[in-house]
Design a protein around this ligand. Structure first.
Ligand SMILES: [Zn+2]
Length: 154
């Protein structure tokens, strides 16, 4: 009894399905980051990314760009701690160096309050920038295969 032999065509590319290459609009990363930092839609710069403090709109209220694909997760708090830590740390050292006789109660009054205010200010900026970055690089679901059919906004 002979084993059945599979036969393949010599040209393996004949097995590949036809691929449709669509030219998609460029998404400049720097422009998207600047828009995201200010909480603006990375696609149109007019709509808001957030409908509350850190709550992301499913779609841009102005242009309809889908924003629910974002996967910001823990990155915005991480980046916020990194930035705020360097600002507050440097400021504490500078103040201590400039006014070494400053009473400790002034340090206790200033630095925690400034840290909280700065963190709450920077956190949505970091989240907006990260979402815009993911959008610009077409990460996660931000790569829309039908995009070429849409009018370019902005
Ligand atoms: Zn938009």
């Amino acid at each position: 009894m002979e084993a059945a032999q599979a036969s393949y065509p010599e040209d393996q590319s004949a097995l590949e399905p036809d691929t449709l290459y669509v030219e998609r609009p460029v998404r400049p990363v720097g422009q998207a980051l600047w828009r995201g930092l200010r909480g603006h839609c990375p696609a149109c710069d007019k709509g808001k990314i957030f409908y509350r403090y850190l709550k992301v709109n499913d779609t841009c209220p102005t242009c309809g760009e889908e924003l629910f694909h974002q996967r910001a997760d823990d990155a915005p708090p991480y980046m916020t701690i990194f930035v705020v830590g360097h600002i507050i740390g440097a400021a504490m050292l500078a103040v201590e160096g400039k006014w070494p006789e400053l009473p400790i109660w002034i340090h206790i009054a200033i630095w925690p309050a400034l840290t909280i205010v700065l963190s709450l200010t920077i956190l949505p900026m970091m989240k907006g920038a990260l979402i815009a970055y993911q959008w610009a690089l077409r990460m996660h679901g931000f790569d829309d295969p039908m995009e070429a059919d849409k009018p370019v906004a902005g």
